[in-house]
Structures are given as C-alpha cells and as structure tokens.
Design a binder for this molecule. Structure first.
Ligand code: 2HG
Ligand code: ZN
Length: 481
C-alpha cells in the first residue's frame, strides 16, 4: 500500500469519525476549524505542540463515554486534556488524535460537611474547588501556582504535588472516589465517599498519576480538611543550603503540626525573579544580591497569636545563629500574597529570559546539598552558557532543577544540550536514592529516562497494566511508556 493511500484512508476515517462524534454530542461540541483547535494543540510554554484531528468538548460523563466508544470502534487515538498547565507535554497530542477537553464539565456534584467530602466533575478548576471548600470553612490543601487553570481531572491524572506536600501529601492522598471512562467507553463508577474501602485492588490509584494513558477521569470525590484559622508566612534570605536544612529541623521541632510549606529559591533564582519582576522584589525589599531565600508557612488552628509567636521565636533563634540572615514575617494578607507571588513568578520569569530546561527531581532531604552541588557542576560541564535555576519544595526533598541561558542568545546552545542535561540530572537523582520526576510526571519529556532508569519488572508491570486497560494503545499514545 503506498503512503498516499494510507493518508487518504486516514483522512477518510477521520471524516467518518468526526461525523459520528457530531451525531453523538452535537456540532457545537466538536471543533474542527484550525483556528478553534489551536489553543488545544500546544501548552502554555509553547514548548510542545501537536495536531488535534478535532477537539471534543463533552458536557457529561455519558458524552465522554459516547466519544470513547466511537474512537475505540474506529481505532482512533485520543488525548484527554485538562487545563494544559503541565510541564512534560502530557496533554498535547504526539500523533494526530481526537483531543477530549473536560473544560465544560464543571459541576459540583455533592458536598458532605459531615464527612468533609466534595464530589466534583473533572473539568472544575482546582481554584474553584478550593474556593468552594473555603466558603464552607474547609480546605482542599493542594497548593499549586496554576490553580486558576489546572483542572481536578488533570491534577488527578498527574498526581500533582505543590507546596503543601510536606504536611498534606500529594493529590493521591486527597482522592477517595473516582469515576473513569475506560478506553472502550465503559464507565467505572467508583465515586465512593468513604475514607475506608478495602475491597480488593485500590483501582483508583492506578488512574491517579497515569497521565491519561489508562482511562479518562471524569469525576472525583475529594477529601477536604478543616480550614486553618490563619497562616503565618515568612521570607528569609539564607546563606547556604546546609543552613536551610538546619532551619527546617528547627521549625519542625518548634511547630511539628503547623509547618505546611518550606520552599527554597537559590541565589540565581532570586536574582532571576528580581530582574523580571522588580515590582515584587521592591515590595519585599529583595534584590538580585539577596542570595538564596526560604519561604516558610505555618497554619494556625488556635485563633490566637500562639503560632505567630512560635514562628517568631524559631526564626529569631535562626537569625541569632546565622542560619538565616533576615526574616520578613508577613503582617497582612497583601504581604503574604506578595511573598507567594514572588515564589510563583519563577516559571514565567524563566520564560522571559529565553529557552528553559525543566527538571523536577527528588532525593532524600539530607542528599539535597549533594544534588545541588553535583547537579550544578554537571550542567556547567555540559553547557557553560547555562545558569542552573534551582528551587522548589525543599521540605519534601523536591527540587525543580531548571536551567536558563546566561544570556538570551545562548538559548539555542542550551536547547542543544537539553538531552544531555536531562540525562545527567536523572542519573544523579536516581544515584542519590531519589526520582527523576518528583511531581511533574513523565509525559513526552521524561519518557527516555523512564525506560532507561526503571528496572525490568517495574516497566513490565506498567506495560501489562497498559495492555490490560488500553489493549489497542489508543489512550494518550506516545506518553509515559
Ligand atoms: C512549581 O513548583 C511548579 O513552581 C512549576 O512545580 C515548576 O516551572 C517549573 O519548573
Ligand atoms: Zn513544584
């Protein structure tokens, strides 16, 4: 068969599938015009792009099921899509596919104040779910910068982490019930609102973190927690990474139950933010010369000044011993917001200075100094025009070991070095007893590391699970495995 007739058959099949999809869920829910499809075909960084043969916008689980069974019958690849805020290209088609966006499925299905559970559609944004919990004096403690766009289905499919993991765990710990449309269009209703369910395999855990390769998450029951009465937030310049770890020990000892965020920004990271966001730096009296900084946050459940006082004392002690060189304790909501805005500005600041290489690694916390020293040396040896931009969730051992060009003109050189840099950091993090992808997943960008660094049985089990749940290989083809 010639290449020409394969193409002709493929496009004839696409036309038939699109007609069936329009028939099933209506023409207003099937986008075929290239201009309408465009925003679903690349990520927010414009780092990954692909082709959607069409984009479908189902309004219900039943509609997702219809779409899936049509695609399954026609052997057409599908890519489930949430808010496209991921960093590894997991939601962008690698081969022409039907993109299934959950953005129209935004209902709150049920709220149980007694059980502190919230049942939602997968397309609801994390920000909306958190706001709903907050209105009812409860919290959904998943803290990520992209909460305004990231959708519940996406954060479940990627098992998102964020800045509160040291206290509340990953997204996995928040999900107690799940609804999934399987590759062939069957619906699995596992929307149970109970904390305890020991009835065989914990199937929901297969789908959490599966990056859309096994099924499409369409609904979830989330476990909420009591809302704190207040938060105490501080920004502290810190002279070294060893000093930062001493501060962690000190704060944990002083307030073991209260510490919810312990974030690190290297000196180069702080200088980068200060150069791109002078407004935020000025508001916090931070400059390009401030050096590395810690962002520390504690929650208060007492409604008194007790937590603030304990944090004040612990940081005062760290100042005396030289473990931090200053401490800005937020005195207002606006000041707290400014501190977090400074921290969350990093990804965009990196975009402002050219090509950025993203690595998201974890090691046992005590090995972080080795990770930073050895990783930076490896990067400089591979690409002397690069600047390591290291920051992240120090309190749980997760560093975003990103890299920017020293000057924008060095972007192309950095891009050329990306595979070598990624391999070196992946090897190093595994050698130090950690993971080459701590919270961002595998997607397209870390697939090589997965096949290189995971053992035979581990990969075999993953392939067997994939074959069992997606026998035709149509779900998010080319991702993860
Ligand atoms: C964060 O912690 C996110 O800010 C994004 O995980 C990290 O852009 C990044 O590399
Ligand atoms: Zn992160």
């Amino acid at each position: 068969m010639s290449g020409h007739s394969v193409t002709a058959n493929a496009s004839a099949m696409t036309e038939t599938v699109i007609a069936a999809l329009v028939d099933a869920i209506g023409s207003g829910s099937v986008l075929t015009d290239p201009a309408d499809r465009a925003r679903y075909e690349s990520d927010w960084r414009n780092r990954y792009s692909g082709t959607a043969s069409c984009v479908v916008l189902p309004r219900s689980t039943a509609e997702v099921a219809k779409v899936m069974s049509i695609c399954y019958e026609a052997r057409v690849a599908v890519v489930p899509q949430g808010g496209r805020t991921g960093l590894v290209g997991g939601a962008i088609p690698q081969i022409p596919s039907v993109v299934i966006s959950l953005e129209r499925m935004t209902q709150i299905r049920a709220f149980d104040p007694l059980g502190m559970t919230l049942a939602v559609d997968a397309g609801l944004t994390l920000g909306a779910a958190r706001a709903y919990a907050g209105e009812h004096d409860l919290a959904l403690p998943i803290l990520i910068g992209a909460e305004g766009s990231a959708q519940i289905g996406g954060i479940i499919a990627t098992n998102a982490g964020g800045s509160n993991v040291l206290r509340y765990g990953m997204t996995r710990q928040r999900v107690i019930g799940l609804e999934v449309v399987l590759a062939d269009g069957r619906i699995w209703n596992g929307m149970r609102s109970v904390a305890k369910d020991n009835t065989g395999y914990g199937l929901q855990h297969l789908f959490i973190g599966s990056e859309g390769t096994l099924g499409i998450v369409t609904g979830a029951v989330l476990q909420l927690s009591p809302a704190p009465r207040g938060v105490v937030t501080a920004l502290c310049p810190v002279p070294s990474i060893d000093a930062a770890l001493s501060v962690l020990l000190k704060l944990r000892a002083a307030m073991p139950e209260a510490l919810v965020a312990f974030e690190f920004m290297s000196a180069a990271t702080v200088a980068l933010i200060a150069s791109q966001r002078p407004d935020l730096a000025a508001a916090l009296a931070i400059s390009g010369e401030s050096g590395a900084c810690l962002l520390v946050e504690c929650e208060d459940f007492t409604g008194t000044d007790a937590t603030q006082d304990r944090m004040h004392d612990a940081l005062g002690n760290a100042l005396e011993t030289g473990e931090i060189s200053d401490a800005l304790l937020a005195q207002s909501v606006a000041q707290r917001d400014a501190i977090w805005a400074f921290r969350e500005a990093i990804s965009f600041a990196q975009n402002g200075v050219g090509y950025s290489v993203k690595n998201d690694v974890s090691v046992p916390i005590g090995r972080i100094p080795d990770l930073l020293a050895q990783g930076s040396a490896a990067i400089m040896a591979i690409c002397p025009d690069a600047v390591p931009i290291c920051y992240g969730h120090l309190g749980d051992g997760n560093i975003h070991f990103n890299v920017s060009p020293a000057v924008p003109e060095a972007s192309a050189a950095l891009q050329g070095c990306e595979p070598q840099i990624n391999a070196a950091l992946a090897d190093l993090s595994e050698e130090l007893g950690g993971s080459f992808s701590a919270e961002h997943g595998v997607g397209q960008s870390k697939r090589d590391s997965l096949s290189r660094l995971r053992s035979g049985p581990e990969l075999e089990m993953m392939r067997q699970i994939k074959a069992a749940l997606d026998p035709l290989g149509l779900m998010n083809t080319g991702k993860l495995l």
